[in-house]
Design a protein around this ligand. Structure first.
Ligand SMILES: [Fe+2]
Length: 453
């Protein structure tokens, strides 16, 4: 492996050069601040193959000092000088006049070190993947290097390191980036699983520390919900995403067991500043869980099924939460979506039911509840006309999904207040589903009574 000393005062350029020298050319890079520092190292290390240095650094004529040292000591290494340099150079000393042209620097390095250019061309670009910036709000440190992406030309980007692996960072710093309009950080694709594990560990620790049902706890749960859906969608079920899923489900169950005033909690969820998907999911699981208990529809197994189904029902809409509010075919058509998004929404229930089969510990029966959560038997599109053909648990879940949707949309849009339950009665037909809506009414009434007591 070739050893390169890099002397470059511009932080961003140094990061880009260092990253590319290591990733593309497989070189070992040693950073030094000046020619004097580099020479000190060369006295100890005779095997340096190349020095890449800015022409002048502060008051130091770095290029001249290095040329003199290499020539007088017959050191036998190459030198690339970044920035205008007018003196005569031989074949071992190369000048790149535009010091910002890092691609030229990399190509010249490859030539000087006789690295096969074909090999270089065939090298796969390091793949960076975007990570939503809000992942970084609930965590304090990263397990890998984190980059921001800068547009270099129409179709080219540079990646500049902003958080070093293991470094602590503050929430204030992340909020500052968000204020500046940054939506994603980037990490190397190879680090993705490791990164998710690390985020998952930190989230679970924090969830355990928060007081169950407090505002901070709900906000953290909303963060964990968002991250889990994103990561399961990208990575499927691995140790980190399974761990996060279990943590969320057990938190929701804990809340259900330890919160006597569910009505107060529902109100809190509606009013806490969190995202629609989380609010809809958590409220649906609470209400459906209560109905299951009220109607004695089996047992705790079904409470668990609705908790899981609530979490994963709209996983494929995690990047389009607005589209999760659609609940009929005509609403879907009214959106006038591009074909790709239309397909995504139309099939999201079906696709969620396929995905959940890959989770080996998912409770039995969850795939059917997911598939039919918009009433369609095959999980495609929307159909409230024949929900009576579905099982009891599936009908309970659909009713709760619709009820919570109506509440959240009313909260968001306002309008003439009218009993949401009336809208739900108007939406469904069928003996069993009417019994379920009545059970929902009783649950709500009980909740209100509990609240007044
Ligand atoms: Fe949905």
């Amino acid at each position: 492996m070739s050893q390169i000393i890099l002397i470059e005062p511009n932080d961003n350029l140094r990061e880009i050069l260092s990253l590319n020298l290591q990733t593309y050319l497989g070189c070992s890079v040693i950073i030094r601040d000046s020619a004097e520092d580099a020479i000190e190292l060369m006295l100890l290390l005779p095997e340096i193959d190349l020095i890449i240095s800015r022409n002048i650094i502060s008051n130091e004529n770095s290029a001249e000092i290095l040329i003199k040292y290499i020539s007088e000591n017959d050191y036998g290494c190459n030198l690339i000088i970044l920035g205008e340099f007018r003196h005569h150079l031989d074949s071992h000393f190369v000048n790149i006049k535009n010091h910002l042209d890092w691609e030229e620097t990399i190509a010249t390095t490859a030539r000087l070190l006789s690295i096969d250019e074909n090999l270089l061309k065939n090298k796969i670009e390091p793949e960076f993947i975007p990570i939503p910036i809000d992942y970084f709000l609930p965590i304090k440190h990263s397990a890998c290097d984190v980059f921001i992406r800068i547009k270099k030309s129409v179709d080219q980007f540079q990646y500049v390191k902003r958080i070093h692996s293991g470094d602590n960072f503050s929430k204030a710093m992340i909020l500052k980036y968000i204020d500046q309009g940054l939506r994603h950080f980037y990490i190397s694709k190879e680090d993705h699983i490791h990164f998710t594990n690390h985020v998952s560990d930190q989230l679970i620790n924090k969830l355990e520390q928060e007081h169950v049902g407090s505002d901070d706890h709900l906000k953290l749960l909303a963060d964990a919900h968002h991250i889990t859906l994103n990561e399961v969608k990208l990575l499927g079920f691995n140790s980190a995403t399974v761990q996060l899923t279990d943590a969320i489900i057990s938190d929701i169950e804990k809340i259900l067991d330890t919160t006597p005033e569910i009505s107060k909690l529902l109100k809190k969820i509606v009013n806490t500043k969190t995202n629609y998907l989380y609010q809809h999911s958590h409220m649906t699981s609470l209400l459906a869980g209560e109905i299951v208990k009220h109607m004695n529809v089996d047992n705790s197994h079904h409470v668990r099924v609705v908790a899981f189904a609530s979490l994963f029902k709209d996983i494929f809409l995690v990047d389009h939460p607005e589209l999760a509010k659609i609940s009929s075919f005509s609403e879907l058509e009214d959106q006038d979506l591009p074909d790709e998004d239309w397909e995504l929404v139309f099939n999201h229930a079906h696709d969620a039911s396929i995905l959940i089969n890959k989770y080996k510990d998912a409770p039995e029966g969850i795939d059917e509840v997911l598939k039919t959560h918009h009433g369609s038997q095959n999980g495609k599109g929307y159909s409230m006309a024949h929900v009576e053909r579905l099982g009891t648990l599936e009908q309970i879940f659909i009713v709760c999904c619709e009820f919570v949707r109506e509440i959240l949309i009313f909260k968001e849009k306002g309008g003439m207040p009218k009993p949401v339950i009336k809208t739900i009665y108007e939406k469904f037909q069928g003996e069993e589903v009417i019994q379920i809506i009545k059970a929902l009414e009783k649950v709500l009434l009980n909740l209100q009574t509990t609240k007044k007591a």
